[in-house]
Design a protein around this ligand. Structure first.
Ligand code: GRF
Length: 193
């Protein structure tokens, strides 16, 4: 897959809810050495808390009821073209992107997943890691393919699980590292042709 070098790359962030990763992608994109800017935010949920971060930073956002079909794909692809988007970051986007969309976009799509992939693909990662008495969990930034949570890993970071940890405390610890590694992963990818 061709990588992007030269000027800052235009990123679209797809969200569905809280949007804390979006918040930090926006914040980190303003750092001096950032290789990307957040150009567009897409949400499939009009009530998504994350939309307020886009609004606050005057970033264009659209609510699209993404249905994983050709009509939604075409609508999204048109928008991404209009905003000259070079790379998509899925950040808590609770819809599965269609193979048709991935094939037609032709550019990288990233996702952040709250586990040490390939372990614990899918939902309820923290609960499953705790039930299995894992010593570590973490977060992974990976390329999106048509197979769920399975594309090439760009960056991964571990956190230790302690006896007293529960789903809430583990989620909090992992979210904290996600807020840094998502931007680090994008910059790493963009700086390494
Ligand atoms: C994050 O934990 C991310 O790994 C997962 O969904 C969560 C989104 O959180 N894919 P937020 O909406 O960015 O706060």
């Amino acid at each position: 897959m061709a990588k992007l070098i030269g000027n800052k790359s235009n990123i679209a962030v797809f969200i569905s809810g809280r949007g804390s990763n979006l918040k930090y992608l926006i914040k980190n994109s303003k750092c001096k050495n950032s290789l990307f800017r957040i150009k567009l935010v897409i949400s499939n949920n009009s009530e998504a808390n994350g939309l307020k971060y886009a609004e606050k930073s005057k970033i264009k956002f659209y609510v699209i009821k993404y249905n994983n079909n050709n009509t939604s794909d075409a609508q999204l692809l048109r928008l991404l073209k209009k905003f000259k988007i070079d790379l998509i970051c899925l950040a808590g986007f609770m819809k599965i992107i269609s193979k048709n969309f991935i094939d037609k976009f032709h550019k990288p799509i990233f996702n952040i997943h709250p586990s040490l992939l390939p372990k614990y693909k899918g939902l309820n990662t923290h609960l499953r890691a705790l039930k299995n008495n894992e010593k570590f969990s973490g977060s992974t930034v990976h390329l999106v393919t048509s197979r769920l949570d399975s594309g090439k890993i760009i960056l991964q970071k571990k956190v230790k699980i302690y006896k007293l940890d529960n789903v809430k405390s583990l989620e909090k610890k992992i979210l904290k590292i996600e807020h840094k590694i998502y931007s680090d992963a994008v910059n790493k990818f963009l700086s390494n042709p």
